[in-house]
Design a protein around this ligand. Sequence first.
Ligand code: CTP
Ligand code: CA
Length: 229
Amino acid sequence: YFAKSASGPLTNKKILVTAGPTHEPLDPVRYIANRSSGKQGYAIAAALRNLGADVTLVTGPTSIALPAGINTVRVETAREMMAASEAALPVDCAIMCAAVADYRPSIETDHKIKKERGGLTNIPVAENPDILKTVSQLQTNRPRLVIGFAAETDDVLCYAEAKRKRKGCDWIVANDVSPGADCPMGGERNEIILITDKGDENWPQMPKDEVARRLAVRIGEALAGPSLV
Ligand code: CTP
Ligand code: CA
C-alpha cells in the first residue's frame, strides 16, 4: 500500500535517491561490498514519494522489498550506480544513501580463482568513481540540494563535517556505526546528526521511517525556499 499525494510539498520535484550496497565482482562467486541493508535509503525514497515527489531510486543489491510507486533502477556495481545516477539528471535534489564500495578488483575473471594457487591473497584494486562528489561538483545540472550520508566511528561529527566540505554537498546525514547496541546497521532505528550550512542538529534516536519522514519534510522546506547555491 502506498499513497502518492495528488499534491504535496514535493509535487513536481524530481529527486534522485541512491541506496543499498554495491557489489564489485572478482570472479563468478566472489565480490567486495560494503555493509548496507538499504532500509534507510528505501524509507527516504518512500517518504519523498509520500510528499508528492517524482523519485528515481538507484539501488544496489538488497534483500528487502522495493518501495512501490517509485521509478527504480537496480544496479550491481559502483560504475553502474554512477551511470544510472547520471542518467536520472537533471533533478531538484539528490540524496546519496548508498554504501558504495570504495574499490573494485581491477581484474575480473570468468574463471573461479582457486585459493590453493594463491590468487586470493593479493587482490589488485582500482578506485571507484565517487558519485556524491561528482554530482556535488557538476558545473551544469547540479541539483539545487545535494545530500550525502556519513557512516562513521570515533570522531563522527568531525569526520562528517570534513566530508561535507571535501565532497561539496549541501547537507550530510551523519551516524555512528560503532558496533554495539545502538548500531543502526541492519536495524530499524537510527540516530543521526544533520549537518547543514546552518550548523549541526542532533536528532534523537527514532525509527528509520521517522528519520526519513522528517528528512523529507526538511527537503520540502529547502526546495520551497530560495536557491541554496
Ligand atoms: N559515496 C558515493 N560514491 C562513492 C563513495 C561514497 O556516492 N564512491 C557517497 C555515499 O553514498 C555517501 C557519502 O558519499 O553519501 C559518504 O560515503 P563514505 O563512504 O562515508 O565517504 P568516503 O569519501 O568513501 O570516505 P571513507 O569511506 O574513507 O570514510
Ligand atoms: Ca567509503
